[in-house]
Ligand binder design. Structure first.
Ligand code: PLP
Length: 440
């Protein structure tokens, strides 16, 4: 449950006064707790990869480093965040479909040497770049397995997918073992995400271990790293607790002992990945009600934050529909609406898509009032439509133990590029055809 007054002696009102509204606040003490909870639920000694996709803020990534996690990255921007947080290139696992030769080259140049590959062409591309750098890249083959049919969450594989190599693709054998510049050192599974039902998730992980053992035998793989993915859920934009996955350790250790008995001695190393579970409850978005109105019997409260700052991915169906449930900053729910009915919460963007909640929630409908959207540490700002309507991003403040660790603001800027070599042909140049004439 969100209780800002408990987590931070830095009062939200003070922070809002200093950094303005809307405002993201992340609490590193909560990140520490989430990592500890996950570590306890996993097989003993398992590695934890933090998926920067959930929140690439370098201070959060630094907290992961302090907690012994490793970065799982999918872009050169995420690589930059990992390096800024003090990780070395060789700590990173670089994955994602459609890696270009250029980005693979940039990753290798920064010292990255472990890649998760999503197809044989991806493997070949990593190999070709590695040869240019005179190195051998360690690769995990991401497998699109059959899955168990666990229903909860967003299924990533088990059906036709841009992710991974189909389990039944027997053409893999010869090709992958002869690829130049790479050494296949393991397997990567990520069948589903946001699985709130621990039993379904456990069944999925157990199935992945069995599949890994079958593939190791069939392909004679030197299995050194087995990345079992994750799918650990977290509440999003509404009050709630992270699910309890403590039932996972025993059955997964058991199937590992049975299928891959060397795992306790690091043969293979076993790894899991998580984004939202590790940072979801560390973040809150504070915002302000700017207008309250009624239209044909429906009440609307317009906030100074919208899908440009939160929940952008919900609009395209990649996250559960947002049901923002703002609280008073002290952690109490807003008092029942005196308007006598549900209040639709909207953002300030000029699109009917900018709705944060239609749920019949009671919100304090007073203009000027501060609200707090809890559990916004994952898939918040950088998963939103930050460029749409060209509003400034909210400031992001990181606190730890009641102390402000960092404050900053993400900026989206248009940098001029050279049109022709040697001529910076941007609209600021005299004589540029796009330059509007100013009357003298
Ligand atoms: C998105 C993603 C993750 C992180 O997912 P969460 O639900 O935030 O834990 C981990 N691994 C892969 C391969 C992903 O695509």
């Amino acid at each position: 449950m969100l209780s800002v007054s408990e987590t931070a002696h830095v009062e939200p009102a003070d922070l809002l006064g200093r950094y303005g509204s809307p405002l993201y606040v992340y609490d590193l003490a909560r990140v520490d707790r989430a990592v500890a909870d996950l570590r306890q639920a996993l097989p003993e000694g398992a590695l934890i990869h933090y998926s920067l996709k959930a929140n690439p803020h370098p201070e959060l990534v630094r907290a992961m480093r302090r907690n012994g996690c490793l970065p799982e990255i999918c872009s050169t921007g995420e690589l930059d965040s990992a390096l800024e947080a003090g990780f070395r290139g060789e700590d990173c696992l670089y994955g994602g479909p459609g890696k270009t030769a250029d980005e693979i080259g940039r990753a290798l140049a920064a010292g990255v040497n472990t890649f998760s590959v999503e197809s044989l062409a991806d493997l070949a591309r990593v190999g070709a770049q590695a040869q240019r750098f005179g190195v051998v890249a360690r690769c995990l083959l991401r497998i699109n397995g059959q899955g168990t049919g666990a229903g909860a969450g967003l299924r990533m594989t088990g059906r036709p997918s841009q992710f991974g190599i189909d389990l039944e693709d027997v053409a893999v054998d010869a090709q992958m073992l002869t690829a130049e510049g790479v050494q296949v050192i393991g397997l990567h599974f990520f069948p589903l995400t946001n699985a709130a039902d621990p039993a379904g998730l456990i069944a999925e992980v157990v199935a992945s271990v069995r599949t890994a053992a079958v593939l190791q035998r069939r392909w004679h793989l030197p299995l050194r790293l087995l990345d079992l993915g994750g799918g650990f859920a977290a509440p999003y934009g509404a009050p709630g607790e992270r699910p309890d996955y403590s039932g996972l350790r025993a059955p997964v250790e058991e199937v590992l002992d049975e299928e891959l008995p060397g795992w306790r001695n690091g043969a293979p190393h076993v790894s899991f990945e998580s984004g939202r579970y590790l940072v979801g409850d560390s973040g809150s978005l504070f915002c302000t009600v700017t207008d309250v109105k009624e239209s044909r019997g429906t009440h609307f409260a317009v906030l100074d934050t919208g899908i440009n700052h939160l929940g952008g991915l919900a609009g395209v169906g990649r996250l559960p529909p947002l049901r923002a449930e703002p609280l008073r900053p002290e952690g109490r729910p807003g008092r029942p609406s005196e308007l006598g009915g549900p209040v639709t919460l909207t953002g300030p963007l000029c699109t009917p898509a900018d709705v944060l909640s239609r749920a019949p929630r009671a919100v304090p409908p007073e203009p000027g009032e501060t609200l707090c959207v809890p559990n916004m540490g994952a898939y918040g700002l950088t998963a939103s439509l930050v460029g749409f309507l060209s509003r400034p991003a909210p400031a992001e403040v990181v606190v730890d133990g009641g102390r402000v660790v960092s404050a900053g603001r993400l900026e989206l800027r248009r940098h001029p590029l050279r049109c022709t070599p040697g001529h910076p042909g941007h609209p600021g140049q005299p004589g540029h055809p796009g330059q509007p004439g100013h009357p003298e």
